[in-house]
Design a protein around this ligand. Structure first.
Ligand code: IMP
Length: 429
């Protein structure tokens, strides 16, 4: 048995979906352990593009078991829509391909209203959330007001818990957001119907996962978002509402830390961010626009243009340390073709002092000036490279520099969106 956790090392959108899809060929089980449909994992297979938000990226392999762990917040309408969409494309033909934890929390209509209403009230100080109700659903989990997947298949409990929650939610909806109150019976009817449709997938997934690990299965844990969006270690408050670090694969899936063998971080060859918050290496000039256009840097979930900038090794070092990375998957190296020199931030300057760590205060992060190293670029397109030796020498030098400066081996290099545009340097299992 072997287990591998894959996480994002930047602000999400590093290309985790492609990497997970690629490595799933060698895995028996793929598990999501946090987040919800704020994520958008883009998979490209045989010219067809598929974007999944909730269902793990292993769904394209019919024999792989996909698990939505207890650490997620699930919007059941989105999940059913995603299932239907995949079915129509000839994928996800067997219900057994997906299990959902009975302990996962449910995103309710009031969570979306609060998420969007709060952003409006915040005005310029908004977080730039995806508006999918993620934060308010996690808030209810922590305040013990949440509805879980198990409640969807227990109508009595659903009725009680929704009625109780609405006492408080309607107060907020009416008084803070000046919107009409929600009706408990209508919500219960709608969500009990979702429960009936999803019942076949709902179970104690932690027990299933542990049994699979004991049986010797290869398991891949699929992180969502990225380390700098982590609720504790990210650029707070411009973060998501869950812990996105490798450590949370254990809590969010229900396994012991001693079951984790390897941890790979996915790092884009440059940086991007959607939403607000500090971004020291951001490029607001033509080069930033070029990265956005060549790299197709538009949000897979919201379609928002992503902010683009140079690779930041202070940020990457933060991720290496917090996640205990044993490998790095460098994605979108091909996007840098034609840019020379290429810059990499190796430290920050702040008030005349050198900073090698990410400041805890977002206002301090906004004030730092990156200190750059310049590396020579290359002009050759990389899309046809299939081995590390095929890369132009300056592209190899760029990858080797990342490896040397982080101290983590680059186990995979991606040179395009398709599965075959990948150089696997070390077997995942
Ligand atoms: P939320 O997760 O919708 O609450 O959004 C909080 C912050 O995380 C915002 O800046 C979002 O743009 C960002 N975010 C959430 N999910 C993703 C993702 O999958 N990729 C990139 N950014 C994300």
């Amino acid at each position: 048995m072997s287990t591998l956790v894959i996480i994002g090392t930047q602000w999400g959108d590093e290309g985790k979906g492609k990497i997970v899809d690629l490595l799933t060929k060698r895995a028996h089980v793929v598990v999501r352990f946090q987040g919800g449909n704020n994520a958008g994992h883009t998979l490209k297979v045989g010219g067809e593009q598929i974007i999944v938000h909730l269902i793990p990226s292993g769904i394209l392999y019919p024999e792989t078991l996909n698990i939505i762990g207890n650490g997620l917040v699930v919007d059941p309408a989105v999940l059913l829509e995603e299932k239907e969409g995949l079915r129509k494309k000839g994928r996800f033909q067997k219900d057994e391909q997906l299990l959902i934890s009975d302990r996962a929390h449910v995103i309710m209509p009031y969570h979306k209203i609060v998420d969007q209403g709060r952003e409006k009230l915040l005005g310029k100080a908004k977080i730039g959330t995806t508006g999918r109700g993620i934060g308010p659903a996690y808030e209810d989990k922590a305040s013990r007001m949440g509805i879980r997947m198990i409640d969807l298949i227990r109508p009595k409990s659903l009725q009680q818990r929704v009625s109780r929650a609405l006492v408080e939610k309607n107060c907020i909806i009416e008084h803070c957001f000046k919107l009409p109150p929600l009706n408990a019976d209508r919500i219960v009817e709608e969500y009990a119907e979702y429960g009936r449709k999803l019942a076949v997938h709902i179970t104690d997934t932690s027990a299933v996962l542990q049994a699979r690990i004991e049986k010797g299965n290869h398991v891949l844990f699929e992180g969502a978002q990225g380390t700098l969006l982590d609720i504790d270690h990210g650029t707070y408050p411009f973060v998501t509402s869950s812990s996105v670090l490798a450590g949370n694969a254990c809590c969010g899936a229900g396994i012991s830390p001693n079951r984790v063998d390897k941890i790979w971080g996915v790092v884009k060859a440059y940086s991007t961010r959607v939403g607000e918050g500090g971004f020291p290496t951001e490029l607001t000039d033509e080069l930033g626009t070029r990265l956005r256009e060549v790299g197709a840097e538009y949000g897979a979930t919201t379609g928002r243009p992503r902010r683009c900038g140079w690779l930041d090794l202070v940020i990457l070092g933060h991720s290496v340390r917090l996640n205990g990375l044993t490998g790095l998957a460098v994605t979108k190296l091909d996007v840098l073709t034609g840019i020379s020199p290429i810059k990499i931030a190796t430290a920050y300057m702040s008030n005349g002092k050198v900073l090698e760590r990410v400041p805890s205060n977002v206002a301090d992060l906004e004030k730092v000036a990156p200190r750059y190293s310049e590396l020579p670029g290359w002009d050759e397109p990389l899309g046809e490279c299939r081995s590390f030796e095929d890369l132009p020498s300056n592209a190899k030098h760029y990858v080797n520099t990342i490896e040397n400066l982080t101290g983590v081996p680059v186990t995979l290099v991606s040179v395009g969106p398709a599965r075959e545009q990948s150089i696997i340097r070390k077997a995942p299992f």
